[in-house]
Design a protein around this ligand. Structure first.
Ligand code: ADP
Length: 461
């Protein structure tokens, strides 16, 4: 573990600034309050009426509605932290959560960043160096070199031939499902590289690309880890996030169906080893593609993830509280042997978007009815009268269920979706309801391409 002397005193902060918005700002605030910590909420002008602002100990507007001028404005966030007397900053997900310079700036300002060190973020944030670190730690990766693509066309062609078509070109700094291009055969290779390089330069500020095998029918399976500052790390089971549209997750579940414990066990342990090797602190997720019985690492997310609740419900661990406690310098409260995952959990991402075209839908929520009952959880910040703004991600709520078996969890989700009513804006609820009636999904027989194919068939019908 790297030295973090200024970090070793347990319980060294009592006020947390939550540098985020929406459902995750509400979720983090709840975890802080349950730990007896004070909270500082921040907002842009568009979010002035956010409900979590009212329940925070301080609520500061840090800038205009555009994210670049508010939630991505590091100076404004650090100033708010100083003004409100915060001792720590929780970045949530998205925005500045995987920004190494921000983690560094927070710590240089004498505050605790609730997440890994800047160096861990930098290593794992660059997908090429992450792949290299994983290979060194013995974690299996997608076939392809762990180096950036050179400029020389002949060498590039040779690399593609070695891997074998189809290949995928990926931006080293990519994220959010962007900066990727599939190349089915040699004649479109150079064009695909030129387009992706330009996209990467514009979107991620770096033209660095790499190439790997494009797997034809994999599932997306990920492993949740949590580590403290004292050399302890555990994995909390696995999730399946294969239900994706445009490389973006729509429905997640834990555990991943049909994966025998003896297959996943060594992968989980390799992830724990990798964390110990890189001196990782806090929560993180190792993402894998799973095809024909083999796992291939694709990337690590060095932050809390949208889908963390399905693991909370199956493992019984409050991941956000554990993350905050680790940042306070406390040792983990559980060993690997204490981790037992029970039952099955699904999460549906409820987005303010048209269920057919998926175009974002902004406006006022005129009526809201949320499901309740055993095994049902809703993480949201919206209420009747809430104005969904066009400036940010369209996620407005997460509907999560837990039941003893996968079949029972599916039934529970179907009924919970039937009881969910959102009026005034369009949502993807009708699409989610239809998806939970699908036979192949019910049987757990899907891969990362299934949802796109399912949508195509529905449109054609
Ligand atoms: P991001 O950081 O943008 O989320 P990832 O590397 O995690 O990008 O990939 C996102 C999704 O893209 C994966 O879940 C998978 O659906 C698809 N994908 C990525 N790499 C490959 C690959 N080598 N073969 C097939 N699909 C892939």
């Amino acid at each position: 573990m790297p030295e973090r002397p200024e970090q070793s005193a347990a319980g060294r902060f009592d006020t947390v600034l939550i540098a985020n918005r929406g459902e995750i700002a509400a979720r983090i605030q709840r975890a802080c309050r349950e730990l007896g910590l004070k909270t500082v909420a921040i907002c842009s002008e568009a979010d002035r009426h956010a409900p979590y602002g009212k329940t925070a100990d301080s609520f500061l507007c840090i800038g205009p509605s555009t994210a670049a001028k508010s939630y991505l404005n590091q100076d404004a966030i650090l100033l708010a932290a100083r003004l409100a007397g915060a001792g720590a900053v929780h970045p949530g997900y998205g925005f500045l959560s995987e920004n190494a310079a921000f983690s560094d700036a927070v710590e240089k300002a004498g505050l605790t960043f609730i997440g890994p060190t800047a160096s861990s973020i930098a290593t794992m944030g660059d997908k090429i160096s992450a792949k290299r670190a994983m290979i060194a730690a013995g974690v299996p990766c997608v076939p392809g070199p762990d180096t950036a693509l050179p400029d020389d066309p002949a060498t590039i062609e040779h690399i593609a031939l070695e891997i074998g078509y189809p290949v995928i070109i990926k931006a080293a700094g990519g994220g959010g499902g962007r900066g990727m291009r599939v190349v089915p055969k040699a004649d479109v290779l150079h064009e695909a590289i030129a387009l992706t390089r330009e996209e990467a330069r514009k979107a991620f500020g770096s033209p660095s690309l790499y190439m790997e095998k494009f797997l034809l029918h994999p599932r997306h399976i990920e492993i949740q880890v949590i580590c403290d500052d004292h050399g302890n790390a555990v994995w909390l089971g696995h999730r399946d996030c294969s239900m994706q549209r445009r490389h973006q997750k729509v429905v997640e579940e834990a555990p991943a169906p049909g994966i025998a414990p003896d297959i996943i066990q060594p992968v989980g342990l390799a992830c724990v080893q990798a964390c110990l090797q890189i001196g990782y602190r806090g929560v993180g997720t190792f993402e894998f593609l799973y095809e024909d019985g083999a796992f291939y690492f694709i990337e690590m997310n060095t932050r809390l993830q949208v889908e963390h609740p399905v693991t909370e419900l199956t493992s019984g661990v409050d991941i956000v509280q554990a993350q905050i406690r680790a940042a306070q310098g406390h040792g983990l409260e559980l060993n690997q042997g204490d981790v037992t995952c029970e039952g099955h959990s699904f999460e549906c991402r409820i987005n303010a978007e048209d269920p057919e075209t998926f175009l974002p839908s902004a406006g006022v929520v005129t009526h809201l009815a949320l499901p309740a009952g055993p095994g049902i959880r809703v993480d949201t910040h919206i209420h009747a009268g809430y104005k969904v703004s066009p400036y940010y991600d369209s996620l407005i709520a997460k509907l999560i269920v837990h039941a003893p078996t996968r079949a029972e969890a599916m039934t529970r989700m179907r009924e919970a979706l039937a009881d969910t009513e959102v009026e005034g804006i369009s949502t993807n609820i009708p699409f989610l309801r239809a998806l939970f009636e699908d036979d192949a999904f019910s049987r757990g027989e899907t891969d990362i391409h299934y949802l796109e194919q399912w949508l195509k068939l529905r449109r054609a019908a």
